[in-house]
Write a protein of this length. Structure first.
Length: 357
C-alpha cells in the first residue's frame, strides 16, 4: 500500500512557527526534503497527524563561512549544495565525500543535511510494506495499527535479537560519522529557546529512540570547526551497488600530523554498525607516534572490536565484520597520504570478498 494516510499539513515560515507547531501537536512530524519521511509514511511506518514543512524557513538555508574557515550549515541545505561547493571539498573532505555518496543525484537534490542526520534507523524486518510486517507479527519499532511498542501482544519483539529489551535497527546516516570526526556541533531550537551540543550527543544506541532530540525541538544548524593545519579527513562507504544504497559500513576519519610525521590528533567514527554512529575509543594507539604499518595494524586490531554489526542489513554478517578491518586500514592509509592507486586496489579487494547471496 503506497498511498499515504490522511494528515494535516502546515508550511512553517520561521523556526518559531515550526517549533510551536511541534509543541502543540504530539503527533506532528517535520518534513524537509521528504526523501525518508514520505516513503516511511506510505509504508505505514509513521502515522503523523500533522506534517510541518520546513522548506519555506529562510534561516534554515545557506552555507555560511566564518573568517577562521569554520563552517555553518543550515539544516535545510541540500546534499547537492554541499557537493557543488568546492571549498567544502578542500577544507572538510570527509563531509564532502559523505554527501557525494548519498543515494543518487535526484535524491541529493531534495535530501537535506538535517534530514540525513535525523535519518530513521533501518532494519530488514522494519523496512517492508505493512502487509509483510503484518505477516511476521510486526516488531517493537513498528508494532502495527493500534499496537503499543515493546509489548508482546503488539508484536513488541526485536526479530534481530529476540531477547533484547530494545530495538537493534541500524543507523544509516552517511553525514553523521563524517561530521562527528570533524568535531561538529548542532543547534536544536524549541519554544523554550536553543541549545548547542556536540553532534555525537544527538544520538542514542536504541533503534527506536535513536536521537536525543525532544519532540518539540528541531535541528536548525550544524557548526563545523575550521580544520587545524596539516589535518586530513576522509569517508569510506561500503554498499552493494555503486550508488543509491544505504551504507552497510561507513568509516570516517580525521587526522592531524606534525611536520615530522607524528600524529597529533586522530578521530575515527564508524557508521552502520549500531543504532548510532560509533566513535572508536582507540586513537590513543595512534597519537604521539608515526603512522607506520605496524601502528595501523595495531589500531585496526583494536578498532575492529567496535564494529559489532547484527544481521539486520545487507551482506553476510561475518563478512561485514571482516571487511570493517580492511576499511579501517584503508582510511588510515589514505590519511597517511598513500598512493591513491593502491587505495583503489584495497577497495577492489574488499569488494571481491562480497558473498554471492
Amino acid at each position: 500500500m503506497m498511498r499515504a494516510p490522511r494528515f494535516r499539513y502546515v508550511a512553517a515560515r520561521s523556526v518559531g512557527e515550526a517549533a510551536r507547531a511541534l509543541a502543540d501537536d504530539p503527533g506532528a512530524m517535520l518534513l524537509a526534503g521528504g526523501t525518508d519521511v514520505v516513503p516511511g509514511i506510505k509504508r505505514r511506518q509513521h502515522a503523523p497527524s500533522l506534517l510541518v514543512s520546513l522548506r519555506r524557513v529562510p534561516e534554515l538555508r545557506g552555507i555560511r563561512w566564518g573568517d577562521d574557515g569554520g563552517l555553518e550549515l543550515g539544516a535545510c541545505v541540500t546534499l547537492s549544495e554541499i557537493v557543488e561547493d568546492g571549498r567544502v571539498a578542500q577544507s572538510h573532505a570527509a563531509l564532502w565525500r559523505a554527501a557525494a555518496q548519498v543515494a543518487t543525484p535526484q535524491i541529493r537534490n531534495a535530501g537535506t543535511v538535517g534530514g540525513n542526520l535525523c535519518l530513521d534507523t533501518r532494519c530488514n524486518y522494519y523496512d517492508q510494506s505493512i502487509e509483510w510486517r503484518r505477516a511476521i507479527g510486526f516488531c517493537m519499532k513498528a508494532p502495527g495499527p493500534g499496537g503499543t511498542a515493546r509489548t508482546e501482544k503488539a508484536g513488541g519483539v526485536c526479530w534481530v535479537a529476540l531477547s533484547s529489551p530494545k530495538c537493534k535497527a541500524v543507523s544509516s546516516t552517511d553525514l553523521a560519522p563524517a561530521l562527528i570526526a570533524l568535531g561538529a556541533r548542532v543547534t536544536l531550537a524549541s519554544t523554550g529557546g536553543e541549545r548547542r551540543i556536540p553532534l555525537e550527543e544527538l544520538y542514542a544506541d536504541d533503534g527506536m529512540a535513536f536521537t536525543t532530540r525532544r519532540h518539540d525541538e528541531l535541528l536548525t544548524a550544524i557548526h563545523v570547526p575550521p580544520p587545524a593545519a596539516r589535518t586530513r579527513s576522509t569517508y569510506w562507504k561500503l554498499r552493494r551497488r555503486g550508488a543509491f544504497d544505504f551504507p552497510v559500513l561507513g568509516v570516517a576519519g580525521a587526522l592531524r600530523v606534525a611536520d615530522d610525521g607524528t600524529v597529533e590528533a586522530a578521530r575515527i567514527v564508524l557508521g552502520a554498525v549500531a543504532s548510532k554512529p560509533v566513535v572508536v575509543d582507540a586513537t590513543s594507539l595512534l597519537v604521539g607516534g608515526a603512522l607506520t604499518d605496524d601502528a595501523i595494524d595495531a589500531f585496526e586490531e583494536k578498532a575492529a572490536r567496535f564494529a559489532r554489526p547484527l544481521d539486520n542489513t545487507d551482506f553476510d554478517l561475518h563478512w561485514r565484520k571482516r571487511v570493517a578491518r580492511a576499511y579501517l586500514t584503508g582510511v588510515l592509509c589514505e590519511l597517511r597520504g598513500d598512493d591513491p592507486a593502491s587505495l583503489g586496489l584495497l577497495q577492489r579487494r574488499a569488494a571481491a570478498m562480497v558473498p554471492a547471496g
